[in-house]
Design a protein around this ligand. Structure first.
Ligand SMILES: C[S@@+](CC[C@H](N)C(=O)[O-])C[C@H]1O[C@@H](n2cnc3c(N)ncnc32)[C@H](O)[C@@H]1O
Length: 295
């Protein structure tokens, strides 16, 4: 079991308040990079939808939806007869998700500001639930999974997407270790709850799914190379939207922060190829099902 942030509810509330503030300020940066994020996660997103059982006419719960890139993919898949509820902790990013859905004329999308550990949705009202790159930020991911389980009708499916092991996500480990070093902070245990790579330990997320009550639990690892023209395009994405790194560097003055960015650039250059900058990432897609009620 991963160690938690702080067992007290006070610690968890403070952690979430800081998470909300970080994503409120990174919201427009994340949304502004939707085209790159979409291209990066497009294949994995379709696999996630398939594994959760998203289909025409379905009611789908989208947890930690951000500015809604995957929400729009789901809206397309469920069609006008379906329904998607996109939820997120950050009011600023939810407002962008709502604007994006309106702009795409998807009347089947609703948005709501909600903590994934306490969604406030009625029991057994969704056919499928997804959470793309969000669950690892929860101080208590088991609570988040129990909430999704509660929201699903019997037989409904879930699929979450998180980063896998640190060695399979070298760009993230370079960013994190460089930021911590420049901030004068000690190296962090990547598996402590609430961190970017916290659910990447082999087998851990499957255990959480089973503890939350899910059946037929299975995890698939997927390569998701982030392909951009140059390392500077990646750094531009990180500098405007990677809130965990920005939070660490926020403690430095401008010159100190620039020194950190410059070292990150140098270390990330190693992923430059003749075809552009190709940053390796590995994702875990974990699927499960709420048991059907036995007759
Ligand atoms: C990396 S972004 C992913 C957004 C979106 N799913 C995507 O893939 O584009 C992580 C999101 O998790 C949200 N988040 C973090 N902790 C949360 C919590 N406890 N409950 C709900 N959302 C949370 C953040 O506000 C942020 O929008």
């Amino acid at each position: 079991m991963n160690s938690s942030i702080d067992d007290s509810s006070h610690g968890s509330q403070a952690f979430k308040a800081s998470m909300r503030a970080q994503w409120d300020s990174a919201a427009s940066g994340w949304n502004g990079h939707t085209t790159d994020i979409h291209a990066w996660l497009h294949k994995a997103t379709h696999a996630m939808c398939r594994m959760a059982g998203v289909r025409a006419g379905a009611r789908v719960l989208d947890v930690a939806a951000g500015s809604g890139d995957q929400t729009l993919t789901i809206a397309q898949e469920v069609g006008a007869q379906g329904y998607v509820l996109a939820t997120d902790l950050s009011p600023a990013i939810v407002a962008l998700a709502r604007d994006n859905a309106v702009r795409a004329s998807f009347t089947q999308v609703e948005t709501r500001v909600a903590d994934g550990e306490d969604l406030g949705v009625p029991e057994a009202t969704f056919d499928a639930a997804v959470c793309r790159l969000g669950l690892m930020f929860f101080p208590d991911p088991l609570r988040g999974l129990r909430e999704m389980h509660r929201a699903l009708r019997p037989g409904g499916g879930v699929c979450t997407m998180v980063f896998s092991r640190p060695e399979k996500n070298p760009c993230l480990t370079i960013l994190m270790s460089t930021a911590l070093k420049h901030a004068g902070l000690p190296a962090r245990d990547p598996f402590v709850a609430g961190g970017l790579l916290s659910l990447g330990q082999p087998g851990h997320i499957d255990e959480l799914f089973r503890s939350a009550g899910f059946h037929d639990v299975a995890t698939t690892a997927l390569d998701a190379v982030f392909r951009l023209p140059t390392v500077d395009h990646y750094l531009d994405f990180v500098r405007s939207s990677a809130s965990p790194i920005l939070q660490i560097l926020g403690q430095l003055d401008a010159a100190e922060a620039e020194a950190a960015w410059s070292e990150m650039r140098e270390r990330l250059m190693v992923f430059t190829t003749r075809e552009g900058w190709h940053g390796p990432n590995e994702l875990l897609l974990t699927a499960g099902r709420r048991a059907k009620v036995t007759p």
